[in-house]
Design a protein around this ligand. Structure first.
Ligand code: ZN
Length: 446
C-alpha cells in the first residue's frame, strides 16, 4: 500500500515534469491570437494619413503626423479600456531644432506615444517593443508630398499596437512598454528622446525590440520568402570601458554583448515555439551604413535589437509614389504582406511575454578554470529565480547549444570540461520554467 502510494507519487511527479507549464502553453495561444486582419486595418489607417513625416501637419485630423499620433494614442487608450485601465498611455516629446542636423527642415516637437503595461511585482523592469510613427518621401526634408510608409514603418507600428491588444489580456511580473517613435527618418530623434527618458527615470530595460519594416516578402534580390526574417544585433556593448575591451582579448566576449544575448534569446524562442519560421541572426548593429531606433537604446547600455524582413525592396521604401520605366515606386499598402507581418508580430509577442514572466538575468557572473579540467561559475542570487542553468557552446557556434540545469545554487563546477574550448553563460529560471536572457561572465576568479 505504502509502496503503491510512493509509486503513484513518483509517477505524478515525473509526469508533471514532462508537461509544459501554463506559461509555456500560453505562448502558443499568444501566437494564435495575433490577427493579420487587425494589422491590415491599422496599416491602412496609418497609410491613410497621407504623410507622417515628422515635420508634417499637426493640426489636421485626417492628414499628417499629428493626426497619426492622436489616432495611435486613442488605440492604446481603447486597449487600456478593454483591460480595466492596464495601460499607462502618454506622449513623450522633445524639441528638435534646425541646428541639430542637416535633415531638420524646421523646429518641431518629436512626439512619441508610450503605453506601459505595469508589471505586478517588478514595475521598473521593462521589456519594450517599438514601431515608428513617421514616414518619408524621396526627399527626407519634404513634409508635404504623400508618403504612406505602409511597410516603413506602419507595419512595425501596427504590430506594436496588435501585440498590446494580445498581451494586455494577461498579467506579467515585469512591465511591457509598447511605443510608437517619431523622427526616425531624420536622425533617430524619437528613440534618442525615449532612451534618455528611460535612463532619467531609471528604468531597468531588459530588452528593446525595434520593429522596422516587418511586412515585405518580395525582395529586390528576387527572393520571395514569408518565413525568413532578420535579427540585427551589435557584437559588443558600446558602453564598455577600455579595461573591459582589453579583458576580451584574454577572456572572450568578442561576440557576446548584451544585445547579442537578446538576439540569441529571440532566435531560440522562435526555434522552440514557431519552428516554421527562419530567424536569421545578423552579426551587425544594423544594415550596412543604415540606422534604426534600437541604436540609441544600445548607446545607453540597454540590450537593443532590430527585427525586420529578410528581403527588402528599395523601390518600395523612401520613394515618392510614381511609375518610372515600368517600375511602380512607393511604399504603398498593396506591397505589405499581412500574414507575414502577423508572424513577426507574434515573434515579438512571445519574446515580450517570456521576458516579462522571467526573472531578470543573473548579475555579477564570474568564471574560473584556468589550467584545470573543470569550469567554475558563480553569480549573485536573482529574485524570483527557482534555479539556474549554465549554457555553453563551441567558440565558433552562434547559438548556446549545450546546457545543464544546476538547481537553486549560486556557484557550480562543470567537471571534465576545459574552459578554453567553449564559451559559457548563466540564466535564471522562473517557477514556470521561463528563462532569463543569458548573462555572459563579467569577471574571472581563481
Ligand atoms: Zn525608413
Amino acid at each position: 500500500m505504502k509502496n503503491g502510494f510512493l509509486l503513484l507519487l513518483f509517477i505524478s511527479m515525473f509526469s508533471t515534469a514532462q508537461l509544459p507549464s501554463a506559461h509555456q502553453q500560453d505562448l502558443y495561444k499568444i501566437i494564435d491570437e495575433v490577427s493579420a486582419d487587425r494589422i491590415e486595418n491599422d496599416v491602412k489607417k496609418l497609410a491613410g494619413f497621407g504623410t507622417r513625416n515628422t515635420f508634417s501637419d499637426t493640426v489636421s485630423n485626417t492628414r499628417g503626423i499629428g493626426a497619426a499620433r492622436r489616432w495611435i494614442k486613442a488605440e492604446f487608450d481603447k486597449i487600456s479600456a478593454d483591460c480595466g485601465g492596464c495601460l499607462e498611455v502618454f506622449y513623450q516629446k522633445d524639441l528638435v531644432t534646425t541646428d541639430m542636423g542637416n535633415r531638420v527642415p524646421k523646429d518641431a516637437y518629436v512626439v512619441n506615444v508610450v503605453a506601459i503595461q505595469r508589471g505586478t511585482t517588478n514595475p521598473n523592469d521593462m521589456v519594450m517593443m517599438s514601431g515608428d510613427i513617421d514616414s518619408r518621401a524621396s526627399d527626407t526634408m519634404d513634409f508635404t508630398t504623400d508618403a504612406p510608409g505602409a511597410n516603413d514603418n506602419a507595419s512595425g507600428m501596427a504590430g506594436t499596437i496588435e501585440a498590446a491588444r494580445v498581451l494586455s489580456k494577461r498579467k506579467f511580473k515585469n512591465s511591457i512598454v509598447y511605443v510608437g517613435l517619431s523622427g526616425e527618418e531624420q536622425g533617430l530623434f524619437g528613440g534618442k528622446g525615449l532612451a534618455d527618458y528611460a535612463k532619467k527615470k531609471e528604468w531597468n530595460v531588459l530588452g528593446f525590440l525595434n520593429n522596422d519594416m516587418i511586412g515585405n516578402i518580395k525582395g529586390v534580390d528576387g527572393v520571395i520568402d514569408n518565413r525568413e526574417f532578420r535579427i540585427f544585433s551589435e557584437p559588443t556593448d558600446p558602453t564598455e570601458t577600455e579595461r573591459q575591451r582589453n579583458g576580451r582579448r584574454f577572456y572572450g566576449g568578442e561576440v557576446d554583448g548584451i544585445s547579442r544575448q537578446l538576439a540569441r534569446y529571440i532566435h531560440k524562442s522562435v526555434k522552440t515555439y514557431m519552428p516554421e519560421m527562419k530567424p536569421m541572426m545578423v552579426y551587425r548593429l544594423d544594415r550596412f551604413g543604415r540606422g534604426g531606433h534600437h541604436r540609441p537604446f544600445a548607446d545607453l547600455g540597454f540590450p537593443g535589437i532590430r527585427i525586420m524582413e529578410a528581403h527588402e525592396n528599395y523601390t518600395q521604401q523612401h520613394q515618392d509614389i510614381r511609375t518610372e520605366n515600368g517600375v511602380n515606386y512607393g511604399d504603398v499598402v498593396e506591397h505589405v504582406n499581412f500574414p507575414y507581418a502577423r508572424k513577426l508580430t507574434a515573434v515579438n509577442a512571445i519574446n515580450l511575454a517570456q521576458l516579462a514572466w522571467a526573472p531578470i538575468r543573473p548579475q555579477n557572473v564570474k568564471i574560473g578554470g584556468i589550467v584545470e579540467a573543470n569550469v567554475r561559475l558563480k553569480w549573485d542570487p536573482v529574485k524570483d529565480a527557482v534555479g539556474y542553468k549554465i549554457y555553453w557552446r563551441d567558440t565558433t557556434s552562434p547559438t548556446w547549444d549545450h546546457s545543464r540545469y544546476v538547481g537553486d545554487v549560486n556557484e557550480y563546477t562543470l567537471n571534465e570540461i576545459v574552459i578554453d574550448n567553449s564559451f559559457f553563460g548563466v540564466v535564471a529560471v522562473g517557477k514556470d520554467g521561463i528563462e532569463s536572457m543569458v548573462s555572459f561572465p563579467s569577471g574571472v576568479f581563481r
